[in-house]
Design a protein around this ligand. Structure first.
Ligand code: NI
Length: 135
């Protein structure tokens, strides 16, 4: 940081410096592994690539926002399916069972409380991503 007095504020990811989403998405290739690109008020902004079908799960406390940046995806609930295209978002409330799916690759921005487990209450699997990975 150029100004020492700002070092505290700048310790937060994405604070006081612009974040270029295109660059962030270009910096990784794996699917289902969210990367933190910003944090504020106990929440994290993450980027993730989806392809295929994720396990069913729910989150006891956390609401999750899915915003599609590129491509298209589905958010499936037990009673219906919502298709999301680039530029569209949806909030999954806590306690609601859901799974995400994408036929081709989708680039998605997540906004949710820090340390939200991506697979929620589902049994640990190869889909369970490590916490706190920034990019
Ligand atoms: Ni979820």
């Amino acid at each position: 940081m150029q100004n020492e007095n700002l070092s505290g504020a700048c310790a937060k990811l994405g604070a006081m410096e612009k974040v270029n989403l295109q660059e962030k998405f270009a910096a990784f290739t794996e699917h289902w592994r969210p990367k933190i690109v910003g944090e504020l008020n106990g929440q994290e902004v993450k980027v993730v690539k989806f392809e295929g079908v994720f396990p069913w799960h729910q989150h006891e406390r956390e609401d999750e926002l899915f915003l599609v940046w590129r491509g298209r995806m589905r958010i499936e609930f037990r009673d219906r399916i919502v298709e999301l295209n680039a530029g569209e978002f949806l909030v999954v409330p806590h306690g609601v069972e859901h799974r995400t799916a994408a036929d081709g690759e989708a680039e998605v921005i997540l906004f949710e409380p820090a340390a939200t487990r991506n697979t929620g209450d589902a049994q640990e699997s190869e889909f369970t991503a490590p916490d706190g990975v920034a990019i």
